[in-house]
Design a protein around this ligand. Structure first.
Ligand SMILES: Cc1cc2nc3c(=O)[nH]c(=O)nc-3n(C[C@H](O)[C@H](O)[C@H](O)COP(=O)(O)OP(=O)(O)OC[C@H]3O[C@@H](n4cnc5c(N)ncnc54)[C@H](O)[C@@H]3O)c2cc1C
Length: 385
């Protein structure tokens, strides 16, 4: 961590989380990856350190702070265990943030404390089998009547889905209204007509659970709706806009892990009687990795500062997520290359980083969608000048 970029308190936070993550999360990461097992123990440890309450007001049990702190913590967790950072990012960036930003006082007091003290895991369901990037075409319906919404439909690829207790779900009242007909509802796992099915077989982030959510005439009380009726699409877009700053931080963490593994290997591995770090081909790969990771961290920092200042950050968050995720993937490819044949095996760790990195280019907006957001912003600005 850079003294120029971070203040004393932030450096202390980074050091505390780094020590915990390297001592506790990193040794377990390959084992959990192999077992594809949700690390409930990790989740509870994060809760006991107060890290699940970051970005949330103390009056709901949170530890305060903003996206600057959230990004610092996410980077350190991701450097040690990508899957735990995916679980952590969804829980805070998507679920807690949805409730904290769009819930009323009663909803915040009811839903936030168990999500912060670790008794409840959160999952956020937007994506459906027929609607991913094109969110407004969702087909899960919420039909209102008798003080209830009845949910029908299927969500898929939902992080934390098979272990979560508290779900933030988006459903349409009227498909023809597209983005203008969506509700955002908090759904309890034990609601009748609701079941989850684990989706195994992912490329990476294997210890993070991913699940399909199935709703069949599932009754959700009206008092569980976050925000006004039919405003769910806009709240989802606002949540994603800031949450992707955490995906950028996650990418920086994975990239940094790749750089450190590759550097350590390069100085110790000898070929033709010389450490491979003495060859320019290897040096240039390390230089490119280090430069891109630093640049990604700076973009992430800028986006988190803007978010914490309540300034517009749509373009900046997309730039950070796009560049950091693609940099992490380039760093992972180079790390495997630098470790040669060893890099192709699980025991090298970079094999896992390589697999974990890929999802950062896909979830919370694919790279193609972020290029659309960034270019649209630039073009709109030019048209308005
Ligand atoms: C491990 C994992 C965890 C996830 N966790 C969650 C979660 O917790 N909650 C949740 O709601 N969702 C989650 N998702 C879903 C994720 O956000 C979506 O997969 C992602 O948004 C892409 O949607 P899609 O898969 O339907 O792809 P599609 O939208 O079908 O896109 C397919 C391809 O077409 C491209 N494309 C689409 N539209 C355009 C366009 N207009 N111009 C150019 N190219 C385009 C895309 O970039 C992509 O390359 C998760 C996914 C995975 C794999």
């Amino acid at each position: 961590m850079d003294n120029l970029l971070y203040n004393e308190t932030e450096l202390m936070l980074a050091k505390t989380v780094q020590d915990f993550a390297q001592d506790y999360l990193a040794p377990m990461a390959p084992i959990l990856d192999e077992r594809e097992e949700f690390p409930m123990e990790n989740f509870h440890r994060l809760a006991s350190m107060g890290l699940l309450g970051i970005t949330i007001d103390e009056k709901y049990g949170g530890s305060g702070g903003g996206f600057k702190e959230f990004s610092i913590v996410t980077e350190e967790i991701a450097k040690a265990c990508g899957a735990t950072s995916a679980i952590y990012g969804s829980h805070i960036g998507l679920v807690l943030q949805s409730i904290a930003r769009f819930g009323n006082e009663e909803q915040k007091s009811r839903f936030l404390p168990p999500l912060i003290d670790g008794t409840s895991v959160g999952a956020w369901g937007l994506t459906e089998p027929e609607s991913g990037s094109d969110v407004a075409s969702m087909s899960t319906t919420s039909t209102s009547g008798d003080g209830l919404y009845r949910l029908n439909g299927t969500k898929h690829f939902i992080t934390n889905g098979d272990v979560a207790d508290t779900f933030v779900i988006y459903a349409t009242q009227n498909r023809e209204l597209k983005s203008k007909g969506v509700n955002c509802l908090v759904v309890d796992r034990n609601t009748p007509g609701f079941q989850t099915i684990k989706q195994d077989g992912k490329l990476g982030m294997k210890a993070s659970s991913t699940a399909e959510l199935i709703f069949e005439d599932c009754p959700v009380p009206e008092e569980n709706r976050l925000g006004e009726e039919n405003t769910g699409f806009y709240s989802a877009m606002q949540i994603l806009e800031s949450s992707r700053i955490a995906i950028a931080a996650q990418s920086v963490g994975i990239g940094q892990a790749c750089l450190e593994a590759a550097t350590n290997y390069a100085v110790s591995r000898k070929t033709f009687n010389n450490p491979i770090a003495s060859y320019q081909a290897i040096q240039w790969m390390l230089a490119d990795m280090a430069t891109e990771i630093d640049a990604a961290r700076l973009l992430t920092r800028r986006a988190s500062i803007l978010k914490d200042m309540k300034e517009p950050h749509n373009k900046e968050a997309s730039m950070a997520k796009l560049f950091a995720s693609e940099s992490a993937n380039r760093a992972a490819t180079k790390a495997v290359q630098i470790l040669g044949g060893y890099g192709y095996f699980k025991s090298s760790h970079v094999e896992r980083y390589f697999r974990d990195a890929k999802i950062t280019e896909i979830y919370e907006g694919t790279s193609e969608i972020h290029r659309m957001i960034i270019s649209r912003s630039i073009i709109n600005q030019a048209n308005n000048n």
